[in-house]
Design a protein around this ligand. Structure first.
Ligand code: FE2
Length: 420
């Protein structure tokens, strides 16, 4: 059924517009458009659906099972998960992951790239997430990356499990070269992951250099493989926190290589800030990839929540705008123009990483849309406002109501300022 969203404020356009939604797409943007159904946006800001490009849904909401992470390190998290994952069942994974996806959907996420640990030999997490991908298809686009958490070459059989995951229908091949036993194994694991991606016609989505060790230099290998195999745009490198600690000359060369190769970088601000710097005294490193310099160098950067209440991270509510809020602080993207443009990280840049075409606020695009209780992009980052309406493929999948506060005098207080 046709629908008109009336009086929408759009990014980078003056005035208010109507959007006609027909057969799941934006068929027209203009003024005074008519259809059988209409919704008045009352001048609020409409943006394209947002994307979380890195989240571990198989471990979401397992916090405290079987114990809490006391050191706050990545490695203790891997140990705890290693204990828990022996008891995973497909249905239990699905129940937790479904809840996490619902959190994300109501907060405006229409694209999710999740990791399923495929070093658990029964592949229960993968089975669960693949089923969930299909069952929630009308609510959200999900891609599942087959993630060899413990390494591809660290145990006999891990490579076979990774290939089995691709046969079962995983969307992307994962890797974790910095967690292999040696530099040589790390390099070899990257080559094996790319081989599988090419064999099955899938993308590559790696955990790369998630450490404060400035000697961890696997991202250059990922870039080189991407370039030599002609896979520009189909490869994502997640975390890449070691980049924070590289010397300037090396980092500059690396970022040029990333641009040339067409590697997408995915940063997980909350978890990177939380897990990195744990071996430092003071000053403590932030441990984030160089978002500002990557963007300036023309590299596509998007964001992920990474973890939601799991062995690695006790917090999180699945709001990608919360991650953006942290990113603009930690990366000094805090000039007026930078804050306004930073919305791209969770919209257009995410869609590019996800490989989604026909995306955005334009005629012909799929109507994956979010109406925010805000009138200006700066408010979106500052306030993470209520997602009033979330649309997926032209259908309303979620509605939200703004929070309300009143002083004891009866005066209503809201958080919307007047902005230029
Ligand atoms: Fe991760």
């Amino acid at each position: 059924m046709d629908l008109v969203l009336r009086n929408c404020r759009l990014l980078e356009r003056e005035g208010l517009y109507d959007l006609l939604i027909t057969k799941g797409r934006i068929s027209k943007i203009g003024k005074d458009l008519k259809a059988d159904n209409s919704y008045d946006a009352l001048g609020r800001l409409l943006i394209p659906g947002m994307g979380d490009m890195h989240v571990h849904l198989d471990s979401a909401m397992t916090l405290g099972r079987p114990r809490f992470n006391q050191s706050g390190t990545l490695l203790e998290g891997i140990e705890i998960w290693g204990e828990y994952k022996k008891s995973l069942s497909k249905d239990e994974v699905k129940a937790r992951a479904r809840r996490a996806v619902e959190w994300m959907v109501v907060q405006g996420v229409t694209m999710i790239r999740t990791h399923a640990d495929v070093t658990e030999s029964r592949l229960e997490g993968l089975r669960g997430l693949l089923e969930l991908r299909e069952e929630m298809r009308d609510l959200v686009n999900i891609q599942v990356t087959a993630f060899p958490q413990d390494g591809i070459l660290t145990d006999n059989g891990n490579l076979e499990l990774l290939e089995k995951a691709m046969e079962m229908g995983a969307d992307n091949v994962g890797m974790i070269p910095h967690n292999e036993m040696t530099r040589e194994d790390g390099v070899k694991s990257i080559s094996l992951a790319f081989d599988l991606a090419q064999k099955y016609g899938r993308g590559v989505d790696g955990h790369v250099d998630e450490t404060d060790d400035e000697g961890s230099r696997f991202l250059e290998v990922v870039a080189s493989e991407t370039y030599k195999r002609g896979m520009a745009g189909r490869v994502a490198a997640g975390h890449v926190t070691a980049m924070h600690s590289y010397n300037g000359a090396y980092a500059d060369r690396l970022m040029r290589l990333l641009k040339r190769a067409g590697v997408n970088v995915v940063v997980n601000p909350a978890v990177n800030l939380h897990l990195q710097g744990r071996y430092d005294t003071y000053p403590k490193r932030r441990g984030l990839a160089r978002i500002k310099e990557l963007l300036a160098g023309g590299v596509n950067v998007s964001l992920g929540n990474d973890c939601l209440m799991d062995p690695w991270y006790p917090l999180g509510r699945g709001d990608i705008l919360q991650s953006l809020y942290l990113a603009v602080h930690a990366a000094h993207l805090t000039s007026y123009g930078e804050v306004v443009r930073s919305l791209d990280l969770v919209t257009y840049n995410a869609a590019k990483t996800f490989g989604l075409r026909e995306y955005g606020i334009m005629e012909g695009a799929v109507a994956d849309l979010v109406l925010l209780d805000a009138t200006h992009p700066l408010e979106v980052v500052r306030d993470q406002p209520t997602r009033l309406l979330v649309m997926k493929g032209g259908k309303v999948v979620s509605v939200g109501e703004p929070e309300k506060y009143r002083l004891s005098s009866g005066k209503e207080v809201n958080f919307s300022p007047s902005l230029p």
